[in-house]
Ligand binder design. Structure first.
Ligand code: AMP
Length: 630
């Protein structure tokens, strides 16, 4: 343990020298003139350096034994498979890049990718990066409205979509969703459709094009464009406390150097690894762990399309055995789900290829940790509980078996990575005593740090840098113990984590009030034993409407339409008033306290106590109804 702490202290003492050494491990077209330009809160890393992500992830592997090794295995729930060697991936990426060029896509243009978990998603990301365009991947579980919002914010003109996604044996009509979205986002001029089924789809003449036709015209090779280190690699939208999702912008050089180093430390990844991360590429975990980090390292990536327990709960263990997965990275929600099915099922599979297990997205409680360690890792594999977020680009707090194995403590993400100066602070930004809960904050810039929010520097400053002077605000609570270990305690803000997916209460409230009969809404999250949190809606109806189950159904429909099925509310309660402060802010804390049955505490800022009584009465009635009472 001591060694790691020393390493970390040495690293944070001179971050520029430290990160420069890590960045040198990548193959740059031109070295940088300056390691860091820090005009708080804007960081530019490796200024003047030139590189290309696609070149690093594919071309670089053509000159060694990697050329003919498998870069990407793909399998879906029905057992269909594909495999691409690094050379084949290189070829596909080049052709895709040529197709984008033929469509007129240039350096700096945004390209929206609305694709399920198919190899073309990885190929499209690398192809976009190859020509210096910027990708925005929209999770294919998001609805037409969510897709349209992201298209409009990025003002992209080209969209890549698939005809269908496939989940639990059902076809999800992605192209229809695109058509809906483009009614409110008409800026898109070209839609390239990757057809994976024989089903007929609607095609708009002049706008919609079929991928397999275009690719026939594409060249085999496209020169990777040398890009300035701070050239944006991607924009990825994520939820925050207020308003619409924020477009987090990541750089090329800083981001790639950061994830290259940290995936070595955390996962001990190498060209011999078979790496399986079960996230969707539509989230940052997928961007970094399914695409960029393993390919930079010349590892073999496994990409799986489908639900974890379909067609049966053995699917994942079958896959680990079949492909000899060495590094397995998933969420506590998934592990909890498998715990329910019992370990007997797992025992039927040979999981001895596994070397390291990872956890991400939520706190992993010690019981879940122990099950994962014992039954999946066979008590051999260290668990890396990795804390990070869309904004950090890569892992920030985690054990580092690739450097040395510190004693693990189930439920703690352990220590900040070398070069990361994390602290737990009080409301004034001062470090708290050992064992006291505070805000997790980061003191110095790091190469994977977001460059900003797309087209919104003011919001970037406001959201991350205004709460504490000189500290990056993460929005998470944490405690540091006597060994300096960090224990994450959930979000401090109005952000929910549903099955590891990040959603803002404001976003869901915005969707609820789209129902024509809703005057106002408040959303809270309550604990769920499997998926982390449930979404609970309180809605005030407009004059002339009476509470009815029909209206609840319509609200659910509206939320699914505005955001997607992941945001489906668990409970909807109609009230006449919401608890608010005197300045008119909804007191979600009060709503949550009532639902949880906890003591209400200080209500001095509450405007009208009758609202609390009403919520209590409504919830009491609901509980009685659920328990079959009067
Ligand atoms: P996202 O930006 O969607 O990746 O979500 C980031 C958020 O997920 C963080 O701010 C945390 O609240 C939560 N999170 C991620 N990893 C962990 C972890 N290992 N332990 C606890 N919470 C986590």
């Amino acid at each position: 343990m001591k060694g790691n702490i020393d390493f970390q202290r040495n690293a944070t003492a001179n971050i520029e020298r430290f990160w420069e050494k890590e960045a040198e491990k990548l193959d740059w077209f031109k070295p940088w003139d300056k390691v860091l330009e820090w005009k708080e809160p804007f960081a530019k890393w490796f200024v003047g350096g030139m590189l290309n992500a696609s070149y690093l992830c594919v071309d670089c592997h053509l000159y060694s034994w990697h050329k003919n090794k498998v870069a990407l295995y793909w399998e879906d729930e029905a057992g269909n498979t594909k495999a691409f060697s690094y050379f084949q991936l290189y070829r596909e990426v080049n052709k895709f890049a040529s197709m984008l060029k033929n469509l007129g896509v240039k350096k700096g243009d945004r390209v929206v990718l609305y694709l399920p978990m198919i190899p073309e998603l990885t190929i499209a990301m690398l192809a976009t990066a190859r020509i210096g365009a910027i990708h925005t991947v929209v999770f294919s579980g998001f609805s037409s409205q969510a897709l349209a919002d992201r298209i409009n914010d990025t003002s992209a003109e080209v969209l890549i979509a698939a005809d269908f996604g496939i989940r639990r044996g059902k076809y999800i009509p992605l192209k229809d969703i695109v058509d809906e979205a483009l009614k409110i986002a008409p800026i898109i001029e070209k839609v390239v459709v990757i057809k994976r089924t024989e089903e007929a789809i609607n095609m708009v003449a002049g706008r919609d094009l079929i991928y397999s036709d275009l690719i026939k015209e594409a060249d085999d090779y496209v020169e990777p464009v040398p890009l300035e280190s701070s050239h944006p690699l991607y924009i990825l939208y994520t939820s925050g406390t207020t308003g619409k999702p924020k477009g987090v912008v990541h750089s090329t050089g800083g981001y790639l150097a950061y994830i290259y180093a940290t995936y070595k430390w955390v996962f001990d990844i190498s060209d011999e690894s078979v790496y399986w991360c079960t996230a969707d590429v539509g989230w940052v975990t997928g961007h970094t762990s399914i695409v960029y980090a393993p390919l930079l390292h010349g590892a073999t990536v496994l990409m799986y399309e489908g639900a974890p327990d379909y067609p049966n709960p053995d699917r994942w263990w079958e896959i680990i055995e079949k492909y000899g997965v060495t590094i397995f990275y998933t969420s506590p929600t998934a592990i909890k789900m498998f715990m329910r099915y019992g370990e007997e099922r797992v025992k039927r599979f040979n999981l001895s290829s596994l070397k390291i297990l990872g956890s991400v997205g939520e706190v992993i409680n010690p019981e879940v940790w122990a099950w994962y360690y014992t039954h999946i890792g066979g008590e051999r594999c260290p668990i890396v509980d990795t804390w990070w977020q869309t904004e950090t680009g890569g892992i920030m707090i985690s054990p580092v078996p690739g450097i040395e194995l510190v004693p693990l403590k189930p439920g703690s993400a352990t220590l900040p990575l070398p070069g990361i100066d994390a602290e737990v602070v009080d409301e004034d930004g001062k470090p708290v005593e050992t064992g006291i809960k505070g805000h997790l904050a980061i003191r110095k810039p790091w190469p994977g740090m977001l460059m900003g929010l797309y087209k919104d520097p003011e919001r970037y400053k406001e959201v991350y840098w205004s709460k504490f002077k000189g500290l990056f605000y993460t929005g998470d609570y944490a405690i540091k113990d006597e060994d300096g270990y960090f224990w994450l305690l959930g979000r401090t803000d109005e952000v929910l984590k549903i099955a590891g997916h990040r959603l803002g209460t404001a976003e869901i409230e915005g969707a609820v009030v789209e129902a024509p009969f809703v005057a106002e809404a408040a959303v809270i999250g309550t604990p769920d034993p499997i998926k982390g949190e449930n979404i609970i809606v309180f809605a005030i109806l407009k004059e002339g409407y009476e509470p009815a189950d029909e209206l609840k159904k319509e609200i659910i429909q509206e939320v699914r339409k505005q955001i997607g099925p992941i945001a489906t509310p668990q409970e909807i309660h109609f009230v006449e008033k919401l608890p608010k402060t005197r300045s008119g802010k909804i007191m979600r804390r009060v709503l949550k306290t009532i639902i949880m049955g906890n003591p209400l505490g200080d209500l001095s800022t509450l405007e009208d106590e009758a609202s609390v009584d009403e919520v209590k009465a409504v919830y009491e009635e609901f509980k009685q109804m659920m328990s079959g009472g009067a």
